[in-house]
Design a protein around this ligand. Structure first.
Ligand code: GTP
Ligand code: MG
Length: 414
């Protein structure tokens, strides 16, 4: 399902997210580093942010906000070097290059046009962003998928008619919309999964989820190693997995810790507290604190992972986010009239909980974190850490690409 919808969200100053300080690209990486980064990439042993191997044309440049620019500069410098040299040559400044000196002495080279060049390219190619929702049954995962699509992300229905009750999810299913804003296209896919925890024996209930995640890596890998590679590989890899925690007010369930521990090695986990409208403000704060402590004690690294903070600024921005997590969310796909405006909300006997009102719950914070500030970083951590781990493991296995069991691959509707 793919609709183009008119622009809705106005970007706001975003929390600048930086790419992780990852190791050098693996020698077998199919993507050569794309030049020395300037800006975000300076001085790290890692490839520059955008030198991080990305499928040409598929990885985001100019996704709005400070984030995009940080990466963008790094990426573009690789191309920019050659453009600049050619450009300066034609203006009789050929020596500029080797002097290593400031271009200010030598006239305009045009390095500052790189961002515009990249922005144009991204506008043409667009990009993919894939979110998965996971957790115990009945915590509001499917409702949140609807909420995301009906909220200011796109204001479109996610597939159920109004007033129709959302059915229990019985299979992994993905919903995609192409959202266009400011001329940039994004295909947002949300992968809904059946809730677990209903069965008497919940052993290995993470397996179908884990299998789905790995199947997307496998698909991508197969495309990458093809002799004739697509110019832009469709990216169905799960960039983040929103893990729903039950609002018990007590502790995490053992299954929650077990699940997150296993998945955190293959995907970016973002824990959220479900049905936050069932808790008082104090209960919510206390529970959030307790969950953070328990996650830390269990050694669960959720996104944004501390080890990938690149510098002090990054650390301080991400610390603030980590301290606010897990976001306590409320989902709904029903609209009500509040003060003359239509809002998404849950109507109770004592009032309406407004889903997108930051005074009522943290859904808007979660959405902004996912889309406005950390989208590109989520994609990069997926590509450079999680996918890279998968890829290295696969290529080490009997010399390469024998298919994993994919006879019952869940095809997303891409
Ligand atoms: N109070 C409250 N109820 C919610 C919220 N979100 C969803 N619900 C209700 O919870 C019930 C289950 O919602 P679903 O979205 O189907 O839950 P799910 O996690 O997808 O369930 P499974 O498909 O079985 O895994 C429905 O009656 C929803 O209306 C919320 O934020 N607060
Ligand atoms: Mg469901």
């Amino acid at each position: 399902m793919s609709d183009v919808v008119p622009p809705e969200v106005k970007p706001k100053p975003a929390v600048p997210a930086k790419p992780p300080n990852v190791g050098a690209p693996s020698p077998s990486s199919p993507f050569p580093p794309q030049g020395q980064g300037i800006g975000g990439g300076v001085g790290v042993s890692a490839p520059p942010p955008s030198g991080i191997p990305v499928p040409i044309g598929s990885h985001g440049l100019g996704h709005g906000g400070s984030h995009a620019i940080g990466h963008g500069v790094g990426h573009g410098a690789g191309h920019g070097g050659s453009h600049a040299a050619a450009h300066s040559g034609s203006h009789g400044h050929a020596t500029s290059h080797s002097s290593g000196g400031g271009s200010t002495l030598l006239g305009y080279i045009g390095i500052d046009t790189i961002i515009e060049q990249m922005r144009k390219k991204t506008m043409k190619t667009g990009f993919d962003f894939n979110i998965m929702v996971v957790g115990h049954s009945g915590l509001g995962k499917s409702t949140l998928v609807n909420t995301l699509f009906k909220s200011q992300v796109s204001r479109r229905s996610a597939g159920w008619a109004r007033d129709e009750k959302i059915p229990k999810t019985v299979e992994i299913k993905s919903v995609s919309h192409v959202i266009e804003e400011g001329g940039v296209k994004m295909k947002l896919t949300v992968v809904d999964t059946p809730g677990f925890g209903d069965q008497i024996n919940n052993d290995n209930c993470w397996e179908p989820i884990s299998k789905y995640i790995n199947e997307q890596y496998e698909k991508f890998l197969k495309e990458e190693v093809n002799i004739t590679r697509k110019k832009r590989i469709p990216d169905t890899r799960v960039h983040c997995c929103i893990y729903f925690i039950s609002p018990t007010g007590h502790s995490l369930r053992q299954l929650d810790t077990e699940f997150m521990k296993r998945l955190s090695h293959s995907v970016n986990i973002i824990p959220v507290i479900a049905k936050a409208d069932t808790m008082t403000i104090e209960e919510r704060q206390e529970f959030k604190q307790r969950v953070r402590k328990e996650l830390e004690m269990s050694g669960i690294e959720f996104y944004p992972q501390k080890e990938f903070d690149e510098d002090m600024e990054d650390k301080s921005d991400n610390d603030k986010i980590r301290e606010a997590m897990p976001f306590a969310v409320v989902g709904s796909d029903k609209e009500y009239q509040v003060n003359g405006k239509r809002v998404l909300g849950r109507k109770t006997a004592w009032g309406i909980v407004e889903v997108e009102n930051p005074n009522h719950c943290e859904f808007a914070q979660l959405r902004d974190f996912l889309i406005r500030s950390h989208l590109q970083d989520l994609k990069e951590v997926t590509h450079n850490i999680h996918y890279e781990t998968y890829r290295a493991k696969r290529l080490n296995e009997n010399g390469g690409l024998h298919p994993i069991s994919s006879n019952d691959t869940q095809e997303s509707n891409l």
